[in-house]
Design a protein around this ligand. Structure first.
Ligand code: NZQ
Ligand code: ZN
Length: 399
């Protein structure tokens, strides 16, 4: 195991009706003028925004509202939020929604105290100051409610880029699983896929002797394998929603990833897909991640065989562990198809002819390589995308 520091100061308030207390938590964390930031309307339709504003009013905390954050949140909304916060002297942002709303709130939070363009932080500059944020989460997926990350799409050129900083971890996050019961099955499945991908990006590591985090990763994956089909069959299964919601948070606040190298190439490649096609991030991952696995599994066959046996229940082929490794990848892809995820370009609405554009946006150039479990060149990324283009649920994995 590698040395690590783990700093995760977010306070989580979990359970039924917890959103009624959001005003008290804003007060606890020093907010005196709040921006309530929300999405395209689901939180208004469900009455959640009314409950949130009532809670702030009970605490006599003034607020302004800014809705309209779209999935794959845009820089234009962040600029609008920065201006509004400055004009209204906002000192706390309360994000009510999913990863897109929270990421947009994080963009605003680092942009308000900064004299330059907030986009600098999404081009490599380190965040030095940010307004505090809190969240009321409505979808278990991105893990932004406990993570350091924020992903924003620059409308000009549809460039999707991220930034990470401990300063962007929410001060508190309210997690009421019942709020996720109104999600359509497709969004629920996209969220489940993202949660599993966050674990798998950490699971495929070059660090040895990481039994504790391996086992924690497997626990989260096994939970998702059990609970995702249950909520898709019965959207009002509160207990299954609860397990998924907490899985989503710990999948990405790094408790399962500390002390080990991590990969993140599937996420990098997927961000180009959702940047170009505006598809759901989880759907893009369902197409990319098994293809990435097919491409890299020979780098560490025993690690893939471990996933196959411990997560997917495959029998270990001791004579030829590569057979087991390939069975695990197939099982993963079959599972994604079974919960309604696209697994190839056609199902996602992507075009194989766009692969050169996707590779160019990924930005490695001719000589460059990524880091991660397996370092990739532009040609490798193109090859992974070609595998993804033609995948099918029962496809044999190439030897
Ligand atoms: O906008 P509304 O009307 O709220 O509708 C949303 C949206 O259409 C809907 N929704 C959310 N909660 C609902 C609901 N509909 C009914 N009932 C509810 N309770 O679901 C749709 C998707 O919402 P979104 O916030 O986009 O989903 P998600 O949480 O998956 O966030 C995706 C974004 O997060 C980024 C992704 O790239 C993508 O841009 N990520 C952020 C990360 C981070 N900050 O750490 C890490 C992730 O890997 C990811 O990249
Ligand atoms: Zn993700």
């Amino acid at each position: 195991m590698d040395n690590f520091q783990f700093y995760s100061p977010t306070e989580f308030i979990f359970g039924k009706e917890t959103e009624y207390s959001c005003g008290a938590y804003v007060k606890k964390y020093g907010g005196t003028k709040v921006l309530i930031h929300y999405g395209g309307g689901s939180a208004v339709r469900s009455g959640l925004i009314d409950r949130v504003t009532a809670s702030l009013e009970r605490e006599e905390i003034p607020y302004v509202l800014l809705g309209g954050v779209q999935p794959n949140p845009r820089d234009t909304k962040v600029y609008e939020g920065i201006e509004l916060c400055r004009r209204e002297n906002v000192d706390f942002i309360l994000s009510v929604g999913g990863g897109s709303c929270i990421d947009s709130a994080k963009g605003i939070a680092c942009g308000v105290p900064y004299e330059g363009d907030f986009w600098d932080f999404y081009c490599g500059k380190q965040v030095e100051k940010a307004l505090p944020i809190g969240t009321v989460l409505t979808i278990a997926a991105a893990g932004s409610e406990g993570s350091t990350g924020s992903v924003i799409t620059k409308e000009e050129g549809m460039l999707k880029r991220d930034t990470c900083s401990d300063l962007l971890r929410p001060r508190f996050s309210i997690l009421n699983p019942a709020l996720t019961e109104s999600l359509p099955a497709y969004q629920t499945a996209c969220g489940a896929t993202d949660i599993m991908a966050h674990v798998l990006e950490r699971y495929f590591t070059n660090t040895t002797e990481v039994e504790i985090t391996d086992r924690l990763c497997e626990a989260v994956l096994l939970t998702m394998v059990k609970e995702a089909p249950r909520v898709i069959a019965d959207p009002h299964n509160y207990q299954a929603r609860a397990n998924i919601m907490w899985a989503g948070t710990i999948a990405h606040n790094d408790v399962v990833g500390v002390g080990r190298s991590q990969d993140w190439n599937s996420h990098g490649i997927e961000h180009e897909l959702s940047g170009l096609y505006d598809c759901a991030h989880g759907a893009g991952l369902a197409v990319v991640m098994p293809a990435w696995m097919e491409f890299v599994y020979k780098h560490n066959i025993m690690r893939f065989a471990q996933m196959a046996t411990r997560v997917w229940g495959c029998e270990m082929n001791f004579e030829d562990p590569a057979v087991t490794a390939r069975e695990g990848i197939r099982a993963f892809r079959r599972f994604l198809a079974s919960i309604g995820m696209p697994i190839n370009f056609e199902q996602l609405g992507a075009k194989e002819a766009d692969i050169p554009v996707l590779v160019e946006k990924f930005g490695l150039g001719e000589e460059g390589r990524t880091g991660g479990f397996v370092s990739l060149s532009s040609e490798d990324v193109a090859e992974i995308l070609h595998i993804a283009a033609h995948a099918s649920a029962d496809k044999e994995i190439a030897e």
